[in-house]
Ligand binder design. Sequence first.
Ligand SMILES: C[S@@+](CC[C@H](N)C(=O)[O-])C[C@H]1O[C@@H](n2cnc3c(N)ncnc32)[C@H](O)[C@@H]1O
Length: 263
Amino acid sequence: MRVTHRARPMRPSPRITALAAWLVLAVPVAAQETAAPARPDAKAKAKAKAKPRRDPRGFYMGRQIADVMSFQGADWLFRNTREQEEQPEAMLDALKIPPGATVADVGAGAGYTSMRLARRVGPEGTVLATDVQPEMLAMLADNMKAAGIKNVRPIRATQTDTKLPEGKVDLALMVDVYHEASDPETLLKGLRKALKPGGRLVLVEFRGEDPEVPIKPEHKMTLKQVRRELEPQGFRFKDSLEFLPWQHIIIFEKPKADEPKQD
Ligand SMILES: C[S@@+](CC[C@H](N)C(=O)[O-])C[C@H]1O[C@@H](n2cnc3c(N)ncnc32)[C@H](O)[C@@H]1O
């Protein structure tokens, strides 16, 4: 895996990637170059195509909920430009994940982040990789096998059940996922239950405040909106890290039982 570290992250040119990002998030089936060994196969694509298309989108607290990104677009999650655009290793460095931790990669897709998390938590740690699409989890399992990674557990979640064990998770990480959750309140309740007291919930989201970020509006989030949605669900805002070219890293904590409630 290629790792890019830069003292000052270079901003990718929006002109170069805008079209690709727009196409994938609008019609997430475009065939693209990828480094990922597991890709959606033709049989699975045909099966998905045969299903009647449903528009599951709704609104939540004034925000349009985005469509779930189809497994058919999984190649895009391993696009060659992603390391430069999203700097996953720098993002994970900032979270200072200790070896031995139990980390939930919620909405893990085909495992782009799970793979990196697995190396960080080490053999004593566990990555609980959840997704609502079984096809994504099948690709994730193939990718982990090919990389010889054994500490990632794929978990089939639903929009109303995280399927995570209660009170066992040190860190729940959602990379480009929260804006797709069709029932945000139920998801947040489930994540709160899964976290240990003092455990962290981290959202990595494309900046809704920045019109230069070449992603469809409903696939972006503003910090204000994220706080508006998470704080009433019992998450304490800790920090928002803003060093990535396009994304917020928004860190919340589940308060310990004896801590006073946030204002
Ligand atoms: C844009 S992809 C990002 C995948 C991965 N986090 C990455 O960065 O490569 C969003 C993923 O979240 C999943 N997803 C959407 N809502 C979810 C939910 N409530 N629980 C678990 N997964 C969810 C989708 O199926 C999709 O695989």
